[in-house]
Design a protein around this ligand. Structure first.
Ligand code: ADP
Length: 378
């Protein structure tokens, strides 16, 4: 967790549309530390963009407050907030050159000629586009245009830059390249970045912390490795990284570990809130072992290989267990002497520490307020 005074604080922020019948963001409490790279991650419609737009000043909270450096800016006009912005299809001015596009935010702020020239040069160097100042946007590739958009958001040295799916329109390899570039720029400048994406891989790669959104609420907020290794609930377990889910009935527990009866045999796992009754067991494909050595708390289940895919650095198997549940296995090609073929009988399993038992509760948010009267005026 962050210890510095927050740079941005969302305080019980809600946003409803259509006279309160549709809630986009519900009771959001979220702090962003100065210099932090915080990502809002979640499926489409979970409230990420609405949250970012309220911070930018393009939407007004229905309730709650947004505090920036101690000041409630909830109703301050967007252009007075001093935040840089990059969107997926951020329209650069097509009739202006790259340099003129970069100069624009400085001219608006009444910077002098010499200062503008120096800052434009610096911004071009930062995104590795030295020498491109005289081109027009139409003479640049999509990736170069997004670089210019990033440079334009940063050229006036804002304290924070907000990015909404800035790489969404680019192909995979360019997207990955720009992920590293934006991370590098963030490190070099120490600027606070608040970044929206639905791509969990992108979020894991770039962020200091990730807030996982679902139905207008934050399910979990933490460092990428914390979310990946210790998801707080089934939603996060399913959305961040990949997980297998098996249903089982808990038969006993010791300390933090549980023993459960699954459809295909006895399952050992670490409790993630489930201690009795039905549990959903989550285990990541890379944690599933082929023919694991037997042990006190080692799960061993019989199955048959249903599918096998070559994936370069690993082989992906789909194993069908008794009871018809399927488990994806990421098998290292280096470790395994023999990787089984489709149709082959196998034993798969895992150590209790590598699987988590969640209660089967849904993570459904409570229903939206029914009457507009329950809401504060917008
Ligand atoms: P995300 O960015 O996670 O895809 P959004 O913040 O865009 O999600 O949307 C959250 C919810 O709010 C969605 O259900 C969306 O349909 C709704 N919503 C967003 N903007 C409006 C609007 N202007 N009018 C009505 N509903 C909206």
């Amino acid at each position: 967790m962050t210890t510095a005074a927050p740079f941005v604080r969302f305080q019980r922020v809600s946003k409803t549309y259509d006279a309160g019948t549709s809630a986009a963001v519900r009771d959001l409490d979220l702090d962003v530390a100065p210099g932090e790279f915080l990502t809002l991650l979640g499926p489409s419609g979970s409230g990420k963009t609405t949250t970012l737009m309220m911070l930018a000043g393009f939407e007004t909270p229905t309730a709650g407050a947004i505090i920036v450096e101690g000041e409630d800016i909830s109703r301050k006009p967007a252009h007075k907030r001093g935040l840089g912005m990059v969107f997926q299809n951020y329209a650069l001015f097509p009739h202006m050159t790259v340099a003129q596009n970069l100069a624009f935010p400085l001219q608006v702020r009444r910077a002098g000629r010499a200062e503008i020239a120096a800052k434009v040069e610096k911004a071009l160097a930062m995104v590795r586009l030295e020498g491109y100042g005289n081109r027009r946007p139409s003479q640049l590739s999509g990736g170069q245009q997004q670089r210019v958009a990033v440079a334009r958001a940063l050229v006036f040295e804002p304290k924070a830059v907000l990015m909404d799916e800035p790489l969404g329109a680019l192909d995979k390899s360019l997207r990955e390249q720009l992920q590293y570039e934006i991370s590098r720029i963030h490190r070099e400048l120490g600027v606070t970045v608040i970044y929206v994406t639905h791509d969990q891989g992108e979020a894991l790669t770039m962020s200091d912390r990730i807030a996982v959104f679902n139905k207008g609420r934050v399910e979990q907020c933490g460092a990428p490795n914390a979310l990946y290794d210790r998801p707080a609930n089934l939603f996060v377990a399913g959305f961040v990284g990949e997980n297998n889910f098996l249903t089982a009935t808990i038969a006993g527990s010791t300390d933090k570990q549980i023993r459960a009866d699954g459809k295909a045999g006895t399952i050992f796992a670490t409790s993630a809130g489930a201690n009795t009754g039905t549990a959903i067991i989550a285990v990541r494909p890379e944690r599933v072992l082929l023919d694991p050595a037997a042990g006190d708390t080692v799960t061993r289940l019989n199955g048959t290989v249903a599918e096998r895919y070559f994936a370069g650095d690993h082989v992906r198997l789909v194993v069908r267990l008794a009871g018809d549940e399927e488990v994806a296995v990421k098998a290292s090609r280096i470790d395994a002497e023999h990787l089984p073929e489709p149709g082959e009988d196998v034993v798969i399993g895992w150590r209790a520490a590598d699987a988590f038992a969640f209660p089967p509760e849904t993570t459904e948010a409570p229903p939206a307020p029914k009457s507009p009267k329950e809401l504060q005026p917008a």
